[in-house]
Design a protein around this ligand. Structure first.
Ligand code: ADP
Ligand code: UDP
Length: 237
């Protein structure tokens, strides 16, 4: 497989075309961003930890029957994935109140959310990723009824699999964001699942072990990601 031109450089990953029109290379950089790209810093080892973490999680999801874009690890910071036609929406499920939900609705951080909630956000940094609903998605052509339904049901299926996986490692899956794309007519999970895009708390102490350490200036960001990886049994060698 041959690596070709860069297709897109996002805030944390770069995407490369390959000689196979159906495959891309995702390069996980050490860049870490917060507040819609207003703050960006380099954190040593983060790219490698996230690449390997994502591979581990995507394989668990695929084993549970969830279609994902992940094909294989290519190098410490690169993975080969299926090239998807990405929908410009983010799907967020919450099991415990945190982050923007607390600000928006005035609920206290740490409150259990039962049953879990589902939210759509528009992927648009300039507009600060506003919350949208399925009517907006249909009206502005960001997705079809079938795609909306698939995104919702797959995002909840991911919750079943990952809540249990993290619980076995003594971790609470507080919330997470997923992105989907079309691959020859099928909705497939794309992008990444890493502590950059979810909230994970120690089940006993509720210590934050995710990107909130960066957002809130708590320090030990990559060390926390590595701790989660070790607890799950991710091979970081
Ligand atoms: P952002 O775009 O939010 O700054 P990243 O730095 O993670 O985020 O950039 C990765 C980009 O690649 C995102 O825009 C994401 O939607 C896109 N992407 C992720 N997986 C795929 C895929 N399988 N096919 C096509 N595009 C993808
Ligand atoms: N999230 C993300 N990218 C975004 C927005 C949110 O990965 O652009 C993740 C975030 O890490 C958290 C979940 O989605 O796990 C819910 O985020 P929230 O709406 O609380 O927003 P935040 O307070 O993180 O801005």
């Amino acid at each position: 497989m041959e690596k070709r031109d860069e297709l897109y450089a996002g805030k944390a990953k770069s995407v490369y075309l390959t000689d196979n029109p159906d495959e891309l290379i995702l390069f996980f950089r050490d860049d870490t961003s917060a507040f819609d790209g207003e703050r960006i810093e380099q954190l040593a080892r983060k790219g490698e930890v996230n690449n390997k973490f994502n591979a581990f999680i995507m394989e668990k999801l695929a084993a549970a029957g969830i279609p994902t874009h992940f094909k294989s690890l290519l190098s410490p910071q690169e993975s080969i994935v299926k090239k998807l036609d990405m929908l410009p929406v983010e799907c967020v499920v919450r099991n415990i109140a945190a982050g923007s939900l607390c600000k928006r609705l005035g609920v206290q951080e740490g409150l259990d959310i039962e049953p879990p909630t589902f939210e759509f956000f528009l992927k648009n940094d300039e507009l600060h990723d506003p919350m949208i609903n399925e009517y907006h998605i249909r009206a502005f052509g960001w997705g079809t009824d079938k795609q909306i339904e698939a995104m919702q049901s797959l995002t909840f299926s991911v919750n079943q699999v990952l809540k249990a996986l993290f619980a076995e490692a003594g971790l609470l899956l507080v919330d997470y964001k997923l992105e989907f794309g079309d691959f020859h007519g099928e909705m497939v999970l794309g992008d990444e699942f890493t502590p950059d895009g979810c909230r994970l708390w120690d089940a006993e102490t509720r210590k934050k072990l995710d990107k909130d350490r960066f957002r809130q200036g708590l320090g030990g960001v990559v060390e926390a990601y590595e701790e989660v990886a070790h607890r799950l049994g991710v091979d970081l060698s």
